[in-house]
Design a protein around this ligand. Structure first.
Ligand code: ADP
Length: 370
């Protein structure tokens, strides 16, 4: 039995554990929250900060392989583990590039990958882009936190940050690609994400994205070339903008399972989580082909409320054929926090859209202040 470690104990780690059980892996997880989604289900749960080099170094002792489920971690800790002979995938150097939005943009520009016009800005410096523009903090942002539209200079947060042209987006699409230890590469079909209009968090998504076949091919080529250039081992999830003029720009990428890939569990021959294990364990990659239309509706904490969530409408939506529910075990709801998701399968794109609309209209999260 191989002993593997996951740095980070959130819902992505939880789904990695589910897939890892099938491969008879012994899984140790590191997270600083005692009630994190992996606590209680990992074979070993280590309480500690994923941002501390020493903690990661100690966590990795005795493991055959370490992987990650988030980028906001100590790269130095992973490098120390590597220098002691523990295999780490993705390579910490890749995490170093991808954990900082500024470094990502510089890497895309240097490698010739298409991405929005940008500027690494320090307050006081002249602004080279036109307003409205997008301002992003370099690190620590997720689900739209740390991203804003600035309409004029006074809107800007006074922090060193990334400024980007505001792209005219037709669709937001992600391509998850796997690259194995042997260099084998396979892409999942494209996923189309629809965002909440103000909170920037994904409300629902669909696989496959509705796009011309030539556009799908182009996006997959970009993602596969990126995986090859980085020489990543494991998954690389590439978020792209399909612009109103029909071109592709890379928004950002993550070398780990991605929240737009949960739908692959039910709608593809191989899930992203199984594929990640296959890639990093040196096994042949699985077939990522679709066998049914799939959708995902995020269960989000309601705006303005904090407290214990409950899901009174669950049994009503579980009557719909092809619906299954995944709750992340989070004990506290906060506005737009991802608490779980609903997967829905369908025989056609139209049926899928109808089912997604229906779920959105009937399902509610209730929150009790504690
Ligand atoms: P996060 O890391 O929190 O997911 P992103 O950088 O992906 O943040 O940005 C969140 C959302 O903001 C994107 O999904 C997109 O809807 C919007 N956005 C980001 N960058 C741009 C841009 N350059 N032009 C237009 N919209 C953008």
């Amino acid at each position: 039995m191989q002993k593997v470690g996951i740095v980070g104990g959130g819902q992505l780690g939880r789904m990695l554990i589910q897939a890892g059980i099938d491969l008879d892996l012994h899984i140790r997880v590191l997270d600083s929250a005692p009630d994190s989604p992996c606590a209680g289900i990992a074979h070993e749960f280590v309480l500690g900060s994923v941002r501390e080099a020493e903690t990661i170094e100690r966590f990795a002792e005795g493991l055959d392989l370490v992987t990650i489920e988030l980028e906001a971690i100590s790269v130095e800790g992973l490098q120390r583990a590597q220098s002691k002979g523990v295999t780490v995938y993705p390579d910490p150097q890749i995490t170093h590039i991808l954990q900082d939005k500024g470094r990502q943009r510089l890497w895309y520009a240097a490698q010739g990958f298409p991405s929005p016009k940008f500027q690494l800005w320090t307050p006081g410096e002249p602004i080279q882009l036109e307003f409205p523009l997008i301002q992003k903090s370099f690190q620590g942002g997720y689900d739209g936190k740390g991203v804003q539209v600035a309409h004029n200079p006074t809107d800007l947060w006074p922090i060193s940050s990334l400024l980007e042209e505001k792209v005219s987006i037709q669709k937001e699409v992600s391509i998850i690609v796997a690259r194995s230890r042997q260099g084998e590469i396979r892409s999942f079909p494209p996923v189309e994400s629809v965002f909440h209009p103000t909170a920037h968090v994904v409300e629902y998504l669909k696989i496959p994205a509705e796009l011309p076949p030539s556009a799908i091919k182009e996006a997959q080529e970009i993602a596969e070339n990126m995986a090859e250039s980085l020489r990543v081992v494991g998954l690389l999830a590439v978020e792209l903008f399909y612009t109103t003029s029909g071109t592709w720009l890379i928004n950002e990428a993550a070398a780990r399972p991605h929240n737009t890939g949960h739908v692959t569990i039910k709608s593809c021959w191989t899930s992203q989580f199984e594929q990640h294990w296959r890639a990093i364990l040196g096994l042949p990659l699985g077939e990522p082909r679709l066998h049914t239309y799939g959708g995902l509706v995020n269960i989000l904490g309601p705006a303005g409320l904090h407290g214990m969530p409950s899901y009174p409408g669950l049994s009503a939506i579980m009557r719909i054929p092809g619906v299954s529910v995944h709750l992340y075990g989070k004990k506290r709801s906060s506005p737009f926090r991802k608490l779980g998701h609903i997967i829905v399968l369908a025989d056609s794109a139209e049926e899928l859209s109808n089912k997604i609309r229906h779920i959105q209209s009937v399902f509610r999260v209730e929150v009790r202040a504690v």
